[in-house]
Design a binder for this molecule. Sequence first.
Ligand code: C2O
Ligand code: CU
Length: 516
Amino acid sequence: MREGARDGGLPTAGGGMSRRQLLATAGVVALSGAVAACSSGGTTSPRRRVLPNDPVVAATERTRLEAGGGTLRSFALTAEPGTIDLGGVMVPTWTYGAAVPGREIRVRQGERLRVDVSNALPDPTSVHWHGLAIRNDMDGVAGLTQQPVVAGKSQRYEFVVPDAGTYWFHPHVGTQLDRGLYAPLIVEDPADGAAYDDEWVLVVDDWIDGTGSPATTPDTVLAGLRRDGMSAMGGMDGTAPASASEPLGSDTGDVVYPYYLINGRLPIAADSRTVRAGQRIRLRLINAGGDTAFRIGIPGVPMTITHTDGFAVEPTSKEAILLGMGERVDAIITVPPSTTPILAIAEGKTGSAQAVLKVAGSSLGDTGGALAKLAASVPFDSARAAAVTAVRLSQKAPDVRHELVLGGPDGQYNWTINGRGYDPARGLPVVQGQRVRLTFTNQTGMFHPMHLHGHTFQVRPTDGGAGPRKDTVLVLPGASVDVDFDADNPGQWLTHCHNIYHGEAGMMTVVSYMST
Ligand code: C2O
Ligand code: CU
């Protein structure tokens, strides 16, 4: 197994790709052009982009290693085609290790995670560690931070895990995320467990891969969207305004999915956990969907939200949680006296998923009434939570501001940021040490869960309160959301819509560290 991009930065042509393949990779052009004109601050002097193989990236990692202790934890992962049982429905798909979700990786804060990834897929792939602020050359974005891992090859990812919390991983190549290629990555804090007795990781997903005949794949879905523009979905016709009980408005997705899953299971064969009445369970909720937000609730059981995207918030009790693609929420519940479903309604779509809290002496009743009640609830957007004091950013005026105007789609289903599609060579310049404000302004009719790699920003609510730390935030139609972060992790970092089809169709750009 070769060492992949470790320390040496981008692999060269000797790393398993032909020169032709290298030239075919869009990122190579961008990454070899190390000099970019600086467009900010009125200066004309050229500044250098801080690339994944810049010595400052390795130096930043050494600082983390010294802080964390760095016990090495090794895992192996194979991305492979296979047939999966969703609970009576067999689908051909791509998975990590023949399971959906793939097997959870669980480490402790400060440990050094090593994952040897083998690509047994017919296509190139990569692995992105969603939400973790790790070294840039391990971020897994093909064409920006590494070359893709071609079919039949392997790559070692190795990095210090800086923050505790609920994370996950998935490929960053094409539409592969909307296959079965995803798994939880849980980072434990030594202080975990004081407020609860047990925990349960629940990964919700929308599923279309391998269904129908001939079998649909995410690639055929995207090709269909490109062909039809938005006409097939009538996406631009929606007129119903957003309301408290329907916060996304009337355009809630571009793809009609036949199935919705929790932990890879259809409701009819739901994943379950045997628990005791009165036990306190920490739920770690992850939305791995491609085009679906979920509304999650447990009939008669309030959820005490404790974390958003891994970071602690002031505990707040809610009946229903809205979870966009890529977002995570941790919530503690007290197990009720009898068997109860955990319901995840596909927000604004037809269908739902469920898991079951099994309590001895009772079985699951009809969920129809509970689903109707949940559908009529006012779901909580975790962007409205408040970070606990310990994880708040200092009050400080931004040194640099970038607005990202979200636009689209046009007749070819192109989605844009600031009027442009994705170009890895073009970024939003920042300099290490700056306080950066990003403003996401949504000029489209659809919601966008906007994700930033390599940092956990703090949402800045308009009322001046302390917003939560997050790495993925829902930007509702017509809305504008401010987020701040400290530029403390040099490199080239993708920021994009976590709707996989929007991202692939252009709604991605780069937060680009420049040398001083
Ligand atoms: Cu879940 Cu660009 O990532
Ligand atoms: Cu989007």
